[in-house]
Design a binder for this molecule. Structure first.
Ligand code: NAG
Ligand code: NAG
Length: 468
């Protein structure tokens, strides 16, 4: 048909059109398990006999599968052809490495987790990358399943929304030597537990570069986290979200966790002992970016001593210990709690910021943003250069949805002072009550000179009616 295209070239064109998107649809005459036209590589195989032969002879063309859930809220009768289709697809893809993408926002009758996941699990020895975000339906007997991670796997993202905190078990028990693990990217969602090798020092994750760990649970998981971190000597990006309030008896774990290559650390915390534990144990000498968020706990009412708070001095000490050969360039501080209003300890915040001479980007959100803090961020002519807060800041972002407690005048003053001092390039803000900030004369002058100002109030949903 197209004699000028060599087989190899065709093959690359076909590969380029992947993944194959397959649809979970209800039963019924009009129901199709694929899009119209059909997904690649099936559509290519329908073109002519030589294309069909090529497509059927190349397993890699069948190994990149993305499943989309197309059932309405009341539709629970799933097309039985779907299971057959997946089996066929998997057979044609063998022995090529599998890339699977499952994004199932409502798993009707737990069809995907009960029927489809096990089909993929049977082929775990050739997993290359797995992304699965599945909302498990509530059933009287909670569903649980295991994802057996094999040496070939390089990327795993497992997010389950289930009835119990141990809906999905991520089995890392085979990663017992450097050669046995190729995992580079790992996301462990809220409803997952881990199965680790039985002996403490035997876990090896030498290639892991990115770890995102989310847990609503208590001590067992934190011990697992510590084991994973100790096994991941080459980690570059670490995110830990523990919005539960449970952990309190961590005194048994004393080892420090040294992460020499981590440049970006995100902590979203609710429980004070857990937060203190992490800030005291972790060292990241290459750290460039820190995001520190305090949230009100999701699960129970904590006692006041248990609830995490913005402890600036602890953050300062953590950074002083960590940033031995690098200095922090980006810092985000975010304190959110809808129940109580907190006031930050401004003197400690000043101490923290004064210690960060090379900071390029600063974000300050919610409770942290008060009149005193705006005043503190304003650069003044008087005083020694050493008393200036982050003089080389390029980007500043401040947002506050609830309450305000300061005037537009103050923000204008702060902004203009930073612009005049010469380094600020970009300012982003979001406040429900401010109307005119970027129309003010002095602010407009800065914009004309090149300052970039972004009002994110609408984007963040802080304001409903756009101003006219
Ligand atoms: C097959 O589907 C892919 C992806 O949608 C598309 O790029 C390609 O043009 C289709 N080929 C044919 C022959 O329909
Ligand atoms: C910082 O020092 C550690 C050793 O303490 C080293 O492993 C790391 O590569 C250094 N990072 C940078 C950015 O120099």
């Amino acid at each position: 048909m197209t004699p000028s295209l060599t087989e190899d070239l065709l093959y690359f064109v076909f590969l380029y059109s992947l993944p194959s998107v397959l649809l979970i649809t209800p039963t019924g005459p009009s129901s199709k398990i694929w899009t119209d036209p059909p997904p690649p590589p099936l559509n290519f195989s329908l073109v002519c006999r030589s294309w069909r032969q090529l497509v059927l002879s190349r397993p890699r063309l069948w190994c990149d599968i993305s499943i989309v859930h197309k059932l309405g809220v009341r539709e629970d009768h799933i097309n039985p052809g779907f299971e057959r289709l997946i089996k066929k697809w998997l057979a044609l893809s063998s022995p090529a490495p599998l890339r699977i993408h499952l994004d199932i926002q409502r798993d009707s009758n737990n069809y995907v987790s009960r029927v489809i996941l096990p089909l993929f699990s049977q082929e775990h020895h050739r997993w290359h990358s797995i992304y699965s975000s599945i909302a498990i339906s509530y059933t009287p007997k909670p569903l649980t399943f295991a994802l057996p991670c094999s040496p070939s796997l390089t990327s795993l993202s497992a997010d389950f929304w289930g009835a119990t905190s141990s809906t999905g078990c991520i089995d890392l028990s085979r990663y017992t030597s450097d050669a046995a693990s190729h995992l580079e990217y790992l996301v462990l969602g809220y409803c997952t537990v881990m199965h680790l090798p039985p002996l403490h020092k035997t876990l090896h994750l030498p290639r892991l570069r990115v770890l995102r760990y989310k847990s609503a649970e208590g001590i067992g998981n934190l011990e697992d986290l510590q084991r994973i971190l100790s096994a991941s000597k080459n980690l570059e990006e670490l995110e830990i979200k523990i919005p539960g309030s449970t952990i309190s008896t961590l005194k048994t774990i004393q080892d420090s966790i040294h992460l020499p290559h981590v440049t970006s650390l995100t902590l979203v915390m609710s429980n004070r002992p857990t937060t203190n534990y992490l800030l005291e144990r972790i060292t990241c000498p290459s750290l460039r970016k820190l995001i520190f968020t305090v949230r009100y706990p999701m699960d129970t009412e904590p006692s006041v001593e248990e609830f995490a708070f913005m402890d600036f001095l602890r953050i300062r000490d953590f950074l002083a210990r960590s940033c031995s050969n690098a200095s922090l360039e980006e810092l985000t501080l975010d304190w959110q709690d809808l129940k109580t209003v907190y006031y930050p300890d401004v003197e400690s915040l000043r101490d923290l910021l004064l210690s960060l001479k090379d900071l390029k980007k600063l974000e300050v959100h919610e409770h942290l943003l008060t009149q005193e803090v705006i005043g503190m961020l304003t650069l003044r002519d008087e005083g020694s250069p050493g008393s200036q807060i982050c003089p080389s800041l390029l980007e500043l972002q401040i947002t506050k949805q609830f309450g305000c407690g300061f005037e537009e005048d103050m923000v204008e003053e702060m902004l203009v002072s930073r612009w005049k001092a010469g380094s600020l390039r970009s300012f982003t803000f979001a406040f429900p009550y401010f109307r005119e900030l970027h129309r003010r004369k002095r602010v407009r002058d800065c914009v004309e000179e090149g300052l970039r100002i972004v009002d994110k109030s609408f984007e963040l949903g802080f304001k409903i009616n756009p101003e006219t």
